[in-house]
Write a protein that binds this ligand. Structure first.
Ligand code: ZN
Length: 318
C-alpha cells in the first residue's frame, strides 16, 4: 500500500541567468551545469521548471503532476496549481530592477498566471551588500518623470543587508537583489516579472534584455508602501523558531534546532529547506537523514514531525 504520509524529497531544477554565479555549487554542493547559474528552483510545480520527487512510491513524478493527481497529499488545497515556489538565488551580479503584478492583473494580462508576492531570507552575503527595495516617488507623475529621465539613483531606495535578514515583497513593490547576496525565496507559483531597468546590460548574444516599462508603471505601488514586519520568536529547549511572515499567500519561519525538536503539524502541507547543518527528520516512524541543500514537503495528514541535529531549516506553508 502507498504510504501517503511520508515525506517527499525533491530534486531541484537550475536556471542559467546573466547575473548568476557558482555559489549554488560552492555553498550547497549542487551540481550546476553553468558558471552563470542564478536560480535553484527547489520546490516547484511551475511548468517553466518543475522539481521531481526523489523518494518513495512517487519517485520520478513531477511535483505539478503529483499535485493534480493526488491532491489529498496537499490537504485538498483549493488552488488549481501548486500554490508556492521555493527558490535559492545566487545574485553574483545585480538583478534587473523589477516589479511583479498581483493575481488580478496577471490573470488578465499574462494568460491566467498568478501574481507574485515573494519574500527573501538572506542566507549569506558580502560585506556591505545591498538590495533595492522601494522608491522615492510620491506620485505617478513623479515616478514616470524619473523613469523616463533615467534618474535611477534618485528614484530607487537601497537597503543594506546582512545574513539572517528577511524581506517581505508584496506584488507591486519595486525591487532588485544586488550583487553578492544569496537568498532563499518563498513566492507564489508565478514566473511573471516586469523589468523597469536593467543597467543597460547586454546578454551573451549582445542584445539588451526586454524591458516592460508600461506594465511596470501600471502595477507599481506609488508611493512605496513600507511593510512593518514584526518577527515572532519562540525560544524552546532545543530550538528557536522565528516566524518572519504570516500573510495572505504564505507563512515562513526558521527553525534553528540544536538537539531534538518536535512540532505538531495541522497544515495542508509544509515545505522545508535545510540551509545549514545536518540531522534527521522523523515522521510517522520513518527516519530521513537531512543535510544542507535538502528540500522536502511534509504532506497533509502528518500530525507531528521531529527534527534531530544541529540544523537550520526554513519552513513555509500556504
Ligand atoms: Zn522579484
Amino acid at each position: 500500500m502507498v504510504n501517503k504520509k511520508d515525506v517527499l524529497f525533491l530534486e531541484p531544477v537550475f536556471q542559467e541567468r546573466i547575473w548568476g554565479g557558482t555559489k549554488l555549487a560552492d555553498h550547497f554542493g549542487y551540481e550546476i551545469a553553468s558558471e552563470l547559474t542564478g536560480e535553484c528552483w527547489a520546490v516547484s510545480g511551475h511548468p517553466n521548471g518543475q522539481s521531481i520527487i526523489k523518494n518513495g512510491s512517487f519517485a520520478g513524478k513531477l511535483l505539478g503532476e503529483l499535485y493534480t493527481e493526488q491532491r489529498e497529499l496537499f490537504g485538498n488545497h483549493q488552488s488549481d496549481r501548486f500554490p508556492l515556489l521555493t527558490k535559492i538565488l545566487d545574485a553574483n551580479q545585480n538583478l534587473s530592477v523589477q516589479v511583479h503584478p498581483d493575481d488580478k492583473y496577471a490573470n488578465q494580462y499574462e494568460n491566467g498566471e498568478l501574481g507574485k508576492t515573494e519574500c527573501w531570507y538572506v542566507i549569506d552575503c558580502e560585506k556591505d551588500a545591498e538590495i533595492i527595495f522601494g522608491h522615492t516617488a510620491e506620485s505617478k507623475e513623479e515616478f514616470i518623470k524619473k523613469v523616463n529621465g533615467g534618474e535611477w539613483e534618485n528614484l530607487l531606495t537601497r537597503v543594506q543587508v546582512k545574513p539572517g535578514d528577511f524581506f517581505y515583497v508584496p506584488s507591486g513593490t519595486i525591487h532588485a537583489l544586488c550583487s553578492g547576496v544569496l537568498i532563499l525565496e518563498t513566492q507564489q507559483n508565478s514566473d511573471t516579472t516586469y523589468r523597469i531597468y536593467d543597467y543597460n546590460r547586454k546578454d551573451k548574444n549582445g542584445d539588451f534584455r526586454k524591458l516592460h516599462i508600461e506594465k511596470s508603471i501600471e502595477v507599481s505601488t506609488i508611493p512605496h508602501k513600507p511593510v512593518d514586519m514584526v518577527h515572532k520568536v519562540s525560544k524552546l529547549d532545543a530550538a528557536t523558531v522565528t516566524t518572519f511572515v504570516e500573510a495572505e499567500y504564505f507563512t515562513v519561519s526558521k527553525w534553528e534546532v540544536e538537539g531534538k525538536y518536535s512540532s505538531k503539524h495541522d497544515k495542508h502541507f509544509s515545505i522545508g529547506s535545510v540551509i545549514l547543518g545536518s540531522g534527521e527528520l522523523k515522521v510517522n516512524g520513518h527516519v530521513h537523514p537531512l543535510k544542507k541543500g535538502d528540500h522536502f514537503i511534509i504532506p497533509s495528514g502528518v500530525e507531528e514531525l521531529t527534527v534531530i541535529g544541529k540544523i537550520e531549516i526554513i519552513i513555509s506553508h500556504p
